[in-house]
Design a protein around this ligand. Structure first.
Ligand code: TYD
Ligand code: MG
Length: 471
């Protein structure tokens, strides 16, 4: 504190509250005055003196004040509530992702990359729901009604009782919805909507937020289910669907690789059902077709077992899904070897490589590592760890894993293996698809699955030894 010696004491702030004295200061030179005058004595400027805003007198009149509101009725947690009636559209993959059908007066967001098939999916859904007796309105802000009609014809849906409009003015849309009283309204897309009380361009964060807020409030107040489409955007100027995720009841993402025909509709948030549920579709020349047995589809491209391939028995939402993991390990020409992952977390790959190296003595230094989840699927379960390790080791040792074997289990940093949830369901699915053996960590409830040979290593070293000899 020595350095401060000799400095003047900081000025003490005056007692607030007790007769706060009004002061004035000049905006040109900063001189303070005890009363207002037209000309500043300090600098001689005219009309530069104004009254000071008192220092922190607390938020002035920002609170609601003392005026009373109405008291609200409180209920306890045990009050009986009839579950909302749901409408099924008949496309099982869609109904399941919705949590068992469409809930009235709910707001949904369907996000996805441009061109992935959102408009196609929603037009098909609109047709289904309208045929199921829900009055449905489809409002496109991106395409002319004629374009939407053309797509409907291509999809063979031209006779579905869906009402169409091309409009971007939110006020007009809300007025129309209020008059028409539909059960379901689809807004394609939220980024093209324009609220005239917000002073910024369509697609900006404030416009997208305002439009989503208006539509969500409208949905609740008028008992309409509103589906908003949101494009995932790469550049910052257009707001992405993330900015409205917190407002809506349900958030679905439509994913897939452009080059693949598979599309996955994934529930990332659902106030009326389980999240993490997926629906699998295939993009065909006549629109999206549902895939009721995704495991068979994801494995259909699999040829004879080859080094680097492992089948992971995963769980997506409530359903087991088998996918093929493919690894390639090759000597690296670069000083820093490559680590490339498609469909899985790259941080998790680094972790598994480190565990294999530190606990099992299998080095990957100087080797490029590529990992791919076949079919454009994304896997996020930690239970895929062991299947990833199996694919990596199989690629590195150039040894194919035993045919018709599924692998799953979580790897911890110590090299121990942890059982995965729903082990029994995974095994049943594998057995159903004709697999004859499974490698899964010891522990966990398995039950007995007929016709399936189980190998149950307790740690990674044991797994490496059993599956690849001494490693
Ligand atoms: P679209 O639904 O317009 O995508 P989004 O609304 O997400 O931007 O669909 C875009 C792609 O889907 C387009 O490239 C063509 C393809 N497609 C088909 O393969 N089959 C079809 O029956 C339809 C309607 C579209
Ligand atoms: Mg579209």
């Amino acid at each position: 504190m020595k350095a401060l010696q000799g400095l003047e004491e900081p000025p003490v702030l005056g007692h607030q509250g007790r007769m706060a004295k009004t002061t004035f200061s000049c905006s040109a030179c900063g001189a303070s005055h005890s009363r207002w005058s037209g000309r500043c004595d300090g600098c001689g400027e005219w009309n530069t003196i104004s009254q000071d805003v008192p220092l922190s007198a607390g938020p002035a009149k920002k609170s609601l004040g003392g005026k009373r509101g109405q008291s609200i009725t409180l209920t306890d947690l045990s009050t009986e509530e009839t579950p909302p009636p749901r409408t099924l559209c008949g496309v099982e993959e869609l109904d399941r992702v919705l949590g068992g059908g469409l809930v009235p007066a709910s707001a949904l967001l369907v996000g996805g990359d441009p061109g992935i098939g959102k408009s196609t999916l929603l037009l098909q859904a609109a047709a289904r729901f309208s045929r199921a007796g829900v009055k449905t309105i489809y409002i496109s802000g991106e395409e002319a009604s004629a374009q939407v009609r053309m797509r409907a014809r291509r999809l063979g849906l031209e006779d579905a009782p869906v009402q169409l409009a091309a409009e971007t003015n939110l006020r007009n849309i809300l007025t129309t919805l209020e008059a028409e009283k539909p059960g379901l309204a689809i807004i394609d897309s939220i980024q093209t909507m324009w609220a005239d009380n917000v002073d910024s361009a369509p697609g900006s964060v404030s416009q997208v937020r305002a439009a989503a807020h208006e539509l969500t409030t409208f949905a609740k107040r008028h008992g309409v289910s509103i589906v908003m489409v949101g494009h995932v955007t790469k550049e910052g100027q257009i707001a992405g669907p993330r900015v409205v995720e917190h407002m809506v009841d349900t958030v679905l993402y439509f994913e897939g690789e452009r080059g693949h025909q598979f599309r996955i509709l994934r529930a990332v948030k659902n106030r009326f059902g389980p999240a993490d549920e997926i629906g699998v579709f295939e993009m065909t020349g006549k629109g999206l077709a549902q895939v009721t047995n995704p495991s068979a589809l994801f494995l259909s491209e699999r040829g004879t077992p080859s080094p680097g391939s492992a089948v992971f028995a995963g769980i997506e939402g409530t359903r087991p899904v088998l996918v093929e993991l493919q690894a390639l390990v090759a000597p690296s020409p670069h000083s820093q070897p490559r680590r490339t992952v498609v469909g899985w977390d790259s941080g998790r790959l680094a972790m598994i490589l480190a565990v294999l190296e530190a606990r099992c003595g299998v080095p990957f230094a100087g080797l490029d590592v590529y990992l791919n989840v076949a079919g454009g699927m994304k896997v996020s379960e930690p239970a895929a760890d062991l299947a990833v390790a199996a694919a990596l080791l199989s690629a590195r040792e150039d040894t194919a894993l035993p045919a018709d074997t599924v692998v799953f289990g979580e790897i911890s940093l110590s090299g121990a293996l942890r059982p995965a949830p729903q082990t029994e369901n995974r095994l049943k699915e594998a057995q159903k698809l004709g697999f004859t053996s499974a490698i899964a960590p010891a522990g966990g409830k398995t039950g007995t699955v007929a016709g399936l040979t189980l190998t149950r290593p307790s740690d990674l070293v044991g797994f490496v030894g059993e599956t690849f000899g001494a490693g």
